[in-house]
Design a protein around this ligand. Structure first.
Ligand SMILES: [Zn+2]
Length: 601
């Protein structure tokens, strides 16, 4: 009996701590599945189901057992306090992510944290610190703390009860099963650690393929492993660039061609006049369209709803769905530089990622010292408050000789949250207010209407910024592309603002977060010199497109045959549209949009 009591002491002696560790780390999920099976579905669980539940639960059980055994061994109040602080901190992060973003701790979250600089962090906290979802998370954590305190007061009594002659053997049996399953699950990590590619690690993560631990610590380990594999892809991408650097590239376009690429940010195209929004958010571009300078593509999407993933693929010459092999191809910057273009990059999201603990992100690739001379002739040095400032900075500092070939790329902060910080608060740009939003959805409070108005002001300011760029190039032989890295939700069809990373998004979510605007503006000089290309652009506006193939449009315009695939080029008569897959969430964009209740534009 004595050895049995010692064996179960981590459970019986520290029961409140033990239970909270199990629940916070992820033991609540298998327990909930079991509960649902038994009481909601009123079905008898099958043997494979029970095995699955027991194994997943076992791994959390093992961790809780080891931690509480350590607490008993150290036997100091401060030590136990530290464990509680850690576990309650995890609980808070988990609830916060789940309620605000339907997200779990995973590689994407780690990447977003790594990709975010100090000013974005403070903006993020200002936006999300007091949302109803965050308050719900705080409430649950506060209630849990109270329950923990009460249970801690009763702890010794419960411990004596569980160690009684009657209950001790039952607790010992359960502990034995829990620990056995947990130890068995340790073995499944071997497969993860042996993964040699991102795809293999994803395979480990797929719940339909293997039974694997799904607790927070395992998710964290998985995220670190996959981050390292992604870092390896960045190294491969650098290798690709260095190997490509001596390949001659020939452009057959005329010697004065100016190609301009504007990469917007979080542009929900359904908030643009060009795509049917009732408010005048795009006056300048609507005018450009009216006078025949602008082609508006009706059906474009991004494969990702995060900046890094979207740009990594879009910059690469890869044409695979989702550009999953992006690192095997050089960027279009490099291709154009080698074709003799003066390549300029003005980035208003110039990232300070090199100071973050993770260096695998896109910024570590496009700003790697070895890559800089291969990709750009000139670039900006600092991000500025507003996108208008970055255009002025370009006009002031860039050498953009109109008699030569130039590729000018702007990366804007666009309509990234917080929207009210994206435009100067002057009479010109404070155009819309909550009263401008004539919608009656029950969830739209005055403050949410004012958020929509801010988004619309940011969109209108963006229209002005693009107008400034057009003014700069208007007298040149110039063609300009404008699109956004992904969409955004601004209380469009339900009570939600931002982007989430849930595994099973609704068709409406797909529509708003993954549809992007694609605009092609041409100067009159360009149209005179290029009647064929002009006609090709006009003929393509209603073809289904994806940012995956954007680099092919650039090759078409520049007359570059290296790496060119006409079937992937939306401007080519030989274009072959493919199913548009969204790899991160495993959804087919076309299928999702077909499920929408009303006809879409
Ligand atoms: Zn973005």
């Amino acid at each position: 009996m004595r050895w049995m009591r010692t064996f179960i002491k981590p459970v019986t002696h520290q029961l409140p701590l033990f239970i909270i560790i199990v629940l916070v780390l992820g033991g609540d999920e298998p327990l909930y599945r079991l509960f649902r099976k038994l009481f909601l579905d009123v079905a008898l669980p099958s043997l494979p189901f029970l095995t699955d539940i027991t194994l997943r639960f076992g791994f959390v059980f093992l961790q809780a057992y080891l931690i509480t055994a350590l607490v008993n061994f150290v036997n100091r109040k401060w030590f136990k306090g530290c464990i509680y602080i850690y576990i309650i901190g995890l609980m808070l992060v988990r609830r916060f992510l789940r309620y605000n973003f339907h997200a779990e701790i995973g590689p994407l979250i780690l990447q977003l944290v790594a990709d975010t600089n100090a000013s974005e962090t403070s903006e993020f906290l200002a936006t999300y610190a007091f949302t109803p979802a965050s308050l719900k998370a705080y409430g649950i954590v506060a209630a849990s703390i109270i329950i923990i305190i009460v249970c801690e007061l009763l702890r010794k009594r419960i411990g004596r009860l569980l160690s009684s002659r009657l209950l001790a053997p039952i607790v010992a049996l359960l502990t034995f099963v829990g620990l056995g399953s947990g130890i068995y699950m340790c073995g499944t990590f071997r497969r993860l650690f042996e993964s040699k590619s991102v795809a293999e690690a994803f395979y480990w993560y797929d719940p339909n393929v293997v039974i694997r631990p799904t607790d927070l610590h395992s998710k964290f380990i998985y995220s670190v492993v996959i981050s390292k594999l992604v870092a390896k892809e960045v190294v491969d991408a650098q290798k690709t660039a260095l190997e490509f650097k001596d390949t001659p590239v020939v452009a057959t376009c005329d010697s004065t061609l100016n190609i301009v690429v504007i990469v917007g940010e979080s542009f929900n195209k359904f908030h643009s006049t060009l795509y049917g929004y009732p408010l005048l958010t795009s006056p300048r571009l609507a005018h450009e369209k009216e006078i025949g300078n602008l082609c508006v593509f009706s059906d474009f999407c991004s494969s990702y709803n995060t900046t890094t993933e979207s740009l990594k693929g879009m910059f690469s010459m890869s044409t695979q769905p989702g550009n999953n092999d992006w690192f095997k191809y050089p960027t279009f910057f490099q291709v154009f530089k080698q074709a003799g273009f003066n390549v300029q990059f003005w980035d208003n999201q110039l990232n300070y990622g090199q100071f973050m603990p993770y260096n695998f992100v896109l910024s570590s690739y496009i700003y790697d010292p070895k890559m800089l001379p291969l990709m750009y002739s000139q670039r900006n040095e600092h991000s500025l408050d507003y996108d208008g400032d970055i255009v002025n900075d370009f006009i002031k500092n860039a050498t953009c000789d109109p008699s030569k070939r130039n590729l000018t790329v702007f990366h804007l902060i666009g309509q990234h949250m917080r929207y009210d910080e994206r435009y100067p608060h002057t009479a010109d740009f404070e155009h819309f207010t909550a009263d401008s939003i004539k919608r009656n959805d029950s969830y739209l409070t005055p403050s949410k209407k004012s958020t929509i108005a801010q988004y619309d002001n940011a969109t209108r300011y963006n229209d002005w910024v693009v107008g400034q760029i057009i003014d700069y190039f208007v007298d040149r032989n110039a063609v300009l592309f404008y699109f956004s890295d992904h969409g955004e939700e601004v209380y469009d069809f339900h009570d939600y603002q931002g982007r989430d990373h849930a595994a099973n998004p609704s068709p409406m979510t797909v529509k708003y977060q993954f549809s992007v605007p694609m605009l092609v503006w041409t100067s009159s000089t360009y149209r005179q010199l290029h009647p064929n290309e002009t006609a090709e652009i006009q003929a393509a506006v209603d073809r289904p497109g994806s940012l995956d193939g954007f680099s092919q449009m650039l090759l078409h315009i520049a007359g570059i045959k290296d790496l060119y695939e006409p079937t992937r080029d939306i401007l080519s008569p030989n274009y072959q549209p493919r199913p548009r897959l969204l790899p991160d969430i495993n959804v087919n964009y076309d299928d999702a949009l077909k499920k929408l209740p009303t006809p879409q534009q």
